[in-house]
Write a protein that binds this ligand. Sequence first.
Ligand code: ADP
Ligand code: MG
Length: 291
Amino acid sequence: SIMPATLSAISNGARHGILFKGGAHLENLSNLKAIAFDKTGTLTKGKPEVTDVIVREGLNADEVLAAAASIESHSNHPLAQAIVTHVKDGGAVLKQPESIEDVSGWGVRAVLNGVEWKIGKAEFVGKEEAGAFAEGAAAKLAHEGKTIVYAANEEGIAAILALKDTVRDITVKALDLLKKQDIYTIMLTGDSEATAKAIASEAHVDQYVAECLPDMKVDELKKLMSRFASVAMVGDGINDAPALATANVGIAMGEGTDVALETADVVLMKNDLTRIAEAISISKRMNRIVK
Ligand code: ADP
Ligand code: MG
């Protein structure tokens, strides 16, 4: 049976925008030593915007961008949606690719008008070639916390697009509250080293792990769980579900995907990250009453 103190903590949570899916999670929360956060859609708004476009000399920029958007319109990655919006706003008409493959954590592969395209991160289109294209400019954009998307076809890299996602207004406050509770914070992201470093410093996390593929998030979490007694994971995406299930406490953003909401032990209504510190306080108070 559920103890009165537990019931009262659960209803207290609900009043504060925190949904606890059971009493056991409250116990785990009170011992928490570290929290891992997904980047996109969790620490950031998850609504990137195209800020810069560099097209290879000699190519028609409109044609290259229309091709990239035609392909990205078949991916539901936030970066893809931002590219489509940007190119459509410029008046381009999109075409139907002959084939399309969404490669989770890397990008999209497609055939359009008989031409094979790859759109995504540097390693996906070819790290060496990507590194050589607009080298200085791309590095500068990444240091500004922008994600670089490479659009390449059989002839090489045709263009790069830089996209900036904004750190949520509440993120720094939420992370500073956790620091006061002696909680160590880590950001996990599939993004590149330079981009991750810039966002991590904006968001005030203690540590970050870049180039973290969807399956690697679980491995990183297990490493953290052997280093710290009790670790929570906060995420919003389908990609985060395995890590949410692995963590001592899985915490989902209230406006996250259904899979994340179903897998998590705790849900933050209204995506309010400051509720995590509140949830920890509630759990500590409850455990003082129970013990
Ligand atoms: P995250 O949520 O941390 O950005 P993902 O695993 O979703 O991580 O993606 C990792 C990286 O793969 C992205 O930062 C991007 O560089 C690349 N990527 C994935 N899907 C796409 C896509 N549809 N278009 C362009 N790039 C993509
Ligand atoms: Mg996410």
